[in-house]
Design a protein around this ligand. Structure first.
Ligand SMILES: [Fe+2]
Ligand SMILES: [Fe+2]
Length: 168
């Protein structure tokens, strides 16, 4: 049985994962507006991943006999000065997600809630990948000119990104 405060914090994280999807859809819309369909696809796929993260927590809370509740959402940032600016925003967002996952892990550790600690380990590993991915794209974007062939090649490469949800 999860204690109430840990259960509420997991439910908050479920809602924050959905907010992350919202943040990435707003960035996708910015990219679409710039006619950069590959970058838009990259962020649409990212949004799908975030929804999958939310559903992982949804299932876990249900499995532990907890009642999930949905919350309202803040308006994400819809305007960016460049693709680099959008990726930097995404990277900052992932750093905030990591901070929240670590906080949740601390709560689970305090409660000696081993099943939740085990469950959160997947998210800890995922955040390492998320931060590394955005960091590496930002480094590349900083090196290329926004009207260069390399930039449009990146757009074409990101058009191929897809997401097949694994089992929850
Ligand atoms: Fe996530
Ligand atoms: Fe993420």
């Amino acid at each position: 049985m999860l204690n109430e405060s840990l259960s509420k914090s997991l439910n908050d994280q479920l809602n924050f994962e959905l907010y992350s999807a919202h943040v990435y859809l707003a960035i996708a819309a910015y990219c679409s507006g710039e006619s950069l369909d590959g970058f838009a696809n990259f962020f649409m796929v990212q949004a799908e991943e975030e929804k999958f993260h939310a559903m992982k927590i949804y299932k876990f809370l249900n499995d532990r006999g907890q009642r999930v509740t949905m919350a309202g959402m803040d308006t994400p940032n819809n305007e960016y000065s460049s693709i680099l600016d959008a990726f930097e925003h995404a990277y900052e967002h992932e750093i905030e997600v990591t901070r929240r996952i670590y906080h949740l892990s601390d709560l689970a550790l305090n409660d000696r809630e081993h099943a939740t600690m085990q469950f959160l380990k997947w998210f800890v590993d995922e955040q390492v990948e998320e931060e590394a991915m955005f960091d590496s794209i930002i480094n590349k974007l900083k090196r290329i000119d926004k009207d260069s062939n390399a930039f449009f090649m990146m757009d074409a490469e990101f058009a191929l990104r897809s997401f097949t949800p694994p089992a929850l």
